[in-house]
Design a protein around this ligand. Structure first.
Ligand SMILES: NC(=O)c1ccc[n+]([C@@H]2O[C@H](COP(=O)([O-])OP(=O)(O)OC[C@H]3O[C@@H](n4cnc5c(N)ncnc54)[C@H](O)[C@@H]3O)[C@@H](O)[C@H]2O)c1
Ligand SMILES: [Zn+2]
Length: 685
């Protein structure tokens, strides 16, 4: 494993020391507070080690406010809640050699080599939190603060996945762990913030800190907790007889239903030798890029409590644990220019051209900027210093500009006026910009075909993008209807296999029997998706009726915004030749009678807003969420993803959890799978 630490700064004189301390204090104040720090973590670490090195050589110059030896660099917010046991930070090593040194110093402290094993677990990159349970109820959340006193974060109770509000057995204990935003929660959080015109979080860690501190936001952002320890509370003796090891304590915590890392691929393991622990560190590093949450290192701890006690703790960190830092996945560099390309999915995507920078073992020159909305929301400019994120083989992405480093020479990012693929018009109506040529234009052909054969449209499994590309290139396919005229030989040629061709012939035959809503959806009509396609098919019943509809008539369809009706009608008309070809191929053009809006007595869910949770069994077995939503809408209801006051029915399947609890709290009607199936029996195919 390569050495990952930036070298410590060598501070040659007192003036350099003074200025380094000032710089570190300012960076920490920004890091733990609201502002944006101008240092990346690796640079901060190098600075901090430089300060510590100088202090060792010149004890007479040590400043009282030096960050050395202090939790939170001496500037973290000091809260009002006293910690039961000090909540410390961790000391760092950066390579195998550092780990060996730590082990040797630990052996000196306890007078013998570590005998009780090394516990190895991920160093989660979020914010430390203590969760106090009294008599089985989660009563208080406390931040780390300065280690002795932390801030009261109890207002976040109920919004943290993995921290149940109640635990069995009336337990009284303080559980410690990390709160973070998983990658999915981070994306979701920024969608929510965009919808509220709030600045996007630049990275999950900032987002976590901001979210925990926020008290009266008009929206809730969900975070996740992973426990990494527990301490006694009120002398309740919860840990007594826990077996005297970190591993045993964590098993007790898990038994309470509090989330630990054990369930993840990189969860706690205990090893007899340091070499095995080192091997596990390297394994975790390899798994890092695919994890659903961020880690910035691996923590190695003496597993045995007696050995931990013998080693003791300093003012800033325990001696029995060490953070093995992994190479940074973030770096700073300059945004030189923005290029616009037609992405593989057909949208027009901005790409950052960067001053080359080394991140996580490779040189990065380009990074994704997602879409124009991202550029607008972050306020990014050409010439900005930007924070770049890259881990393993994931696509590098720009997180945010460092506004504090602007010089005034930055310029606005020019947005394209014509499609970079064909020079034609751009459809700028959505968050992602698209070539207005759409399905018929050259740029949109392949993406349109991929969409048409997708699982929620014609569901032609096995017709992947490579084969579609081959068919388009061979001049055999221009639009979705052409697929139905392919011969077995042509399919065998394109897929390189007779067996695949036969399978596809079968899938194509099955696709011809799909209901109108899916056939219509496969056409990819502008401003329509799965839900609207279902509504349109239900409303009109046949493709002929859809084609005959005026914009005014289209506007009568449930959920269809009147303003979009003219565009939709025009696109349907333009798709005339494709639809004619589909008819000629024998593709079904009607919606099953029971599902139509005008079918008598067939709307058992009319006026209902329905949420589904848990796994579906019995009569509903095998129905995924999209299939359930289809079913709900066919029966006249509105499908929704989250329980709120508007929800009128919750369908609770196996393993229903928080949504069921919320529904019960709100007094929402809850139906089991059997009851629900009976209610909508007419629509169950
Ligand atoms: N960029 C900047 O300006 C700046 C400023 C100050 C600090 N920093 C960064 O912060 C670091 C120091 O910060 P810190 O003291 O908050 O701590 P830290 O993040 O280096 O390590 C200690 C923390 O790790 C967490 N942790 C995660 N997994 C854990 C596990 N399995 N077991 C135990 N603890 C676990 C705990 O919250 C604990 O408090 C520096 O190394 C630096 O990289 C950066
Ligand atoms: Zn184009």
């Amino acid at each position: 494993m390569t050495t990952t630490a930036a070298p410590a700064l060598s501070l040659t004189d007192r003036a350099a020391y003074e200025s380094a301390v000032e710089q570190a204090l300012a960076a920490s104040a920004a890091y733990y507070g609201d502002g944006e720090t101008t240092l990346d973590d690796a640079s901060y670490d190098a600075l901090a080690r430089g300060i510590a090195g100088y202090e060792l050589a010149h004890p007479e110059h040590v400043r009282a406010d030096s960050p050395t030896g202090k939790v939170g660099g001496g500037v973290a917010p000091v809260g009002e809640v006293a910690h039961t046991v000090a909540m410390l930070s961790l000391d760092n090593v950066f390579d195998a050699e550092g780990l060996v040194k730590w082990d040797a110093s630990l052996a000196r402290r306890i007078d013998h080599p570590v005998a009780g094993g090394y516990a190895v677990e991920p160093k989660l990159d979020g914010a430390a939190m203590a969760a106090r349970y009294r008599d089985g109820r989660l009563v208080q959340l406390v931040g780390r603060g300065n280690g002795a006193q932390g801030e009261d974060l109890s207002h976040a109770i109920g919004s943290i996945v993995g921290l149940p509000t109640e635990v069995p057995g009336g337990a009284t204990v303080e559980i410690r762990g990390e709160v973070l935003l998983t990658r999915a929660q981070f994306e979701r959080a920024n969608e929510i913030r965009a919808a509220h015109n709030a600045k996007p979080f630049s990275n999950p860690r900032n987002g976590t800190a901001g979210t925990l501190r926020a008290k009266d936001r008009p929206y809730t952002i969900e975070t996740t907790f992973f426990a990494y320890g527990a301490v006694e509370l009120d002398g309740a003796g919860f840990l007594a007889g826990a077996g005297g090891s970190h591993e045993a304590v964590m098993a007790r915590v898990a038994a309470l239903g509090v989330q630990t890392t054990t369930a993840t691929e990189i969860g706690l393991r205990v090893y007899g030798t340091l070499a095995e622990a080192q091997a596990r560190v390297e394994e975790i590093q390899r798994l890092r890029a695919e994890l659903p949450f961020g880690i910035d290192g691996v923590v190695v701890k003496a597993n045995d409590h007696a050995e931990q006690d013998a080693a003791g703790s300093g003012t800033r960190h325990p001696h029995w644990a060490i953070a093995y830092k992994l190479p940074p996945v973030e770096a700073r560099t300059k945004l030189l220019a923005v290029e616009w390309n037609i992405g593989r999915t057909g949208h027009i995507a901005p790409r950052a051209v960067l001053e080359p920078v080394e991140v996580d073992g490779s040189t990065v020159t380009y990074a994704t900027l997602h879409n124009p909305a991202f550029i607008r929301n972050t306020g990014l400019m050409v010439g900005d210093t930007v924070v770049l994120y890259k881990a393993g083989d994931i696509i590098p992405r720009v997180e945010a500009p460092v506004v504090a480093l602007r010089t005034g020479a930055e310029t606005e990012i020019p947005l394209p006026e014509a499609c970079p693929g064909c020079g034609g018009e751009i459809d700028t109506s959505g968050e992602r910009w698209e070539c207005a040529g759409g399905a018929s234009g050259g740029c949109g052909k392949l993406p349109a075909l991929r969409y048409a054969v997708g699982r929620d449209q014609l569901d032609i499994d096995g017709l992947g993008v490579t084969y579609l590309e081959a068919l388009v290139e061979a001049g055999l396919v221009d639009d979705v209807a052409d697929l139905f005229f392919l011969t077995r030989e042509q399919l065998a040629e394109a897929t390189g296999s007779d067996k695949r061709a036969d399978a596809l012939i079968g899938r194509l035959a099955a696709a011809k029997e799909q209901p109108l809503n899916r056939v219509f959806c496969a056409l990819g009509v502008v401003r329509t998706g799965r839900t609207l396609s279902r509504e349109i098919a239900r409303h009109f019943g046949t493709m002929d009726a859809v084609r005959a509809a005026t914009p005014e008539e289209l506007a009568e369809v449930k959920k269809l915004p009147a303003a979009n009706a003219p565009k939709i009608a025009a696109h349907i008309a333009a798709l005339g030749p494709v639809i004619d070809k589909l008819v000629a191929a024998g593709v079904n053009m009607t919606e099953p009678a029971a599902d139509r809006a005008d079918a008598p007595g067939s709307r058992p869910l009319a006026g209902e807003t329905v949420v589904v949770t848990g796994g579906m069994h019995g009569p509903l077995a095998g129905l995924n969420r999209n299939a359930m939503n289809e079913l709900i809408e066919r029966a006249g209801g509105t499908a929704s993803g989250s329980v709120s006051k508007k929800t009128t029915i919750l369908v609770a399947g196996e393993g229903a959890g928080s949504k069921l609890a919320k529904a019960e709290q709100l007094g929402t009607r809850v139906l089991g799978e059997e009851e629900f199936a009976t209610l909508i029996a007419d629509h169950l195919a």
